[in-house]
Every structure is written in structure tokens, then in C-alpha cells.
Design a binder for this molecule. Structure first.
Ligand code: NAP
Length: 284
């Protein structure tokens, strides 16, 4: 991508380890160019243990902000001068704005997922949600959906303690259980929205769902989402589609969390629908 740099160009970045596969530079530079904003968005590998050095360097080098992926999201929390509600609740920061020498931490993952559902016309309020997995992404999504009025969010995870620790953050709305075929089948029967937040089905990982018979128990109107976008259609989504369900992959979440992150880092309010159209076209 061609980028015009001026002496005044402000710097943004994504950090992580690994990070070179990240789509964030493509997404953000595409938006910045379309908007005519004088920023450039870079990619910086930062290994575990070098985060404090990076934060210091970013402030000295006058970065306007940065995004963070694994393994830094939790470690950033105590380094922030301010945290937004979602970052505080999740105990994880994926977006940092640097303003007047202050570090402002945000988490846009859950809001990005919620914005994707809204864009697809899938309501959350009053609905029964079954969420598979209890890692960082699951936590952001579960807490956001609980916060915007889901009737119940049931978190199913192989390691039950991790599901329980998400439940403890909003015990009135969130339930926790294990991730066995029996539990999956039983809980799927109540799901209006089923969301895979595990890494099962992701490209280049050995893991896959053992079988998909739990989909037979889903109500016919249920929507099936997968946070994974590599491949664009996981086996879970293909199986759900074959059974007539609306099946949504993780690209919408990726796009919307980036739009929200750019708003925080630049302080510029964006037209989310226009930006989402632009980014979906870029990623296609
Ligand atoms: P994570 O913290 O490593 O969590 C992984 C989750 O997968 C855990 O709940 C883990 O269960 C479960 N899992 C892994 N292997 C399993 C197996 N064989 N059987 C059952 N459960 C298994 O990862 P994350 O950051 O939350 O990311 C999860 C997925 O979301 C990834 O595929 C990632 O690419 C995707 N994601 C997408 C977006 C987006 O913008 N679309 C954003 C973030 C993440 P245990 O707790 O028992 O280990």
C-alpha cells in the first residue's frame, strides 16, 4: 500500500508476539488513507518481558497510540493512567491512546463483536446466548453481551474454572459449565445465538470439534457465530449453514474492533457503516 509520509505524520502501531501476520496495519492504513488523516500505522514485534520498554519508547517517540495483541493485553492494564469500563471489566487492554503524556487503555473486542451483530441485524437484548470457550476473546464477548441486555450468557469451557471466573463478573446473567458433548447438546437446545470463541477450527491449529451433532439441537432460528476468520468458513459455520442457520465469521468483529480502536487513538468519530464497507471490501 502506498502511504504518504510528512514530517508531521503521527504514528500508530500494533504490538505483539507473534504479530507479523496481523491484519491491523492493512485495516488501519486503509481507513487512514480514505479519511485523509495524517497518521501512519506500523507493526512492531514486542516480546513478552519487553512491554515496559516498548511503552516508554512509544511515549518518547511521540506515538499517538497503539493496539496490542497476545501476550500483552493483560500486562498493559497496570501501566495505564486511565481504563475504560470494558478494559477494567475484562482486565485486558487492546487499544492505547497516548494523550498529553497519559496512557488511556481501552478494550474494543466485545464492543466490536456487538457492533458486528447489530450490523447484521441480530438483536442481543433478551436473548439466550451460548458461548464456547473462556479465553480472552470469550471473556470480552461474554461480558459485553451480558452488559447490553442478553437474557443469559452460558459459557461452556474445557477448563471449567475459567468459565466460572467469567461468570463471577456478572453472576446474574452469566452461567458456566463444562465443554462435553452432553453439555453442548443440552445447552444448544436453548441457544438463540451460539458463538464459538475457542480456537477449534482455526487454520494451522490441530484442534477441531469432535463432531457437530449438537447443532441438531439448536432452535431453527438460532444464529451461529465463529470468532475465527481463518478460514473464512470454519467447519462449524459450514455445518450450521447446511442446517439452515445464519452463520457469521470473525471478520465483522475484526473490522469493528479496529474502527472503534481508531476512534479512540485519533479522537475522530468515524462513520462505522462506511468504514466497515470499505474494510470488508479490502479483506475480500
Ligand atoms: P485463548 O485465550 O487462547 O483461548 C482459547 C480457548 O479455546 C480456551 O477457551 C480453550 O479452552 C479453548 N480450546 C483450545 N483448544 C481446545 C480443545 N481442543 N478443546 C476445547 N477447547 C479448546 O484464545 P483467544 O484469544 O480467546 O482466541 C480464541 C479464538 O478467537 C481464536 O481462534 C482467535 O483467533 C479468535 N479471535 C478472533 C478475534 C476477531 O477479531 N475475530 C479476536 C480475538 C480472538 P481451555 O481454557 O480449556 O484451554
Amino acid at each position: 500500500m502506498q502511504i504518504n509520509l510528512e514530517n508531521t505524520t503521527k504514528k500508530l502501531c500494533v504490538i505483539g508476539d507473534p504479530v507479523l501476520h496481523s491484519k491491523s496495519p492493512l485495516l488501519h492504513n486503509t481507513m487512514l488513507r480514505a479519511l485523509g488523516l495524517d497518521y501512519v500505522y506500523l507493526c512492531q514485534p514486542v516480546p513478552r518481558g519487553r512491554l515496559a520498554d516498548w511503552v516508554y519508547a512509544a511515549m518518547v517517540a511521540d506515538y499517538a497510540g497503539f493496539n496490542a495483541t497476545m501476550p500483552h493485553k493483560e500486562a498493559l492494564v497496570p501501566m495505564m493512567d486511565e481504563l475504560d469500563g470494558d478494559a477494567r471489566l475484562c482486565g485486558a487492554v487492546n487499544t492505547v491512546a497516548i494523550r498529553d503524556g497519559r496512557l488511556l487503555g481501552y478494550n474494543t473486542d466485545g464492543a466490536g463483536f456487538a457492533a458486528m451483530l447489530a450490523r447484521k441485524g441480530v438483536p442481543v437484548a433478551g436473548r439466550e446466548i451460548v458461548l464456547l470457550g473462556a479465553g480472552g476473546a470469550a471473556k470480552s464477548v461474554a461480558l459485553k453481551l451480558a452488559g447490553i441486555g442478553a437474557k443469559r450468557v452460558t459459557v461452556l469451557n474445557r477448563t471449567l474454572e475459567k468459565a466460572e471466573s467469567i461468570r463471577e463478573k456478572a453472576p446474574q446473567v452469566i452461567a458456566a459449565a463444562g465443554f462435553t458433548p452432553d453439555i453442548l447438546r443440552e445447552r444448544a437446545g436453548h441457544a438463540e445465538i451460539l458463538i464459538n470463541c475457542t480456537s477449534l477450527g482455526m487454520e494451522d491449529t490441530a484442534g477441531q470439534f469432535e463432531e457437530f451433532s449438537f447443532l441438531e439441537h439448536l432452535p431453527s432460528e438460532a444464529v451461529v457465530c465463529d470468532l475465527i476468520y481463518h478460514p473464512a468458513e470454519t467447519r462449524l459455520l459450514a455445518e450450521a449453514k447446511a442446517r439452515g442457520h445464519l452463520a457469521l465469521n470473525g471478520l465483522g468483529m475484526l473490522v469493528h474492533q479496529a474502527i472503534l480502536a481508531l476512534e479512540h487513538m485519533t479522537g475522530v468519530r468515524l462513520d462505522a457503516a462506511a468504514m466497515a464497507n470499505l474494510l470488508e471490501g479490502t479483506l475480500r
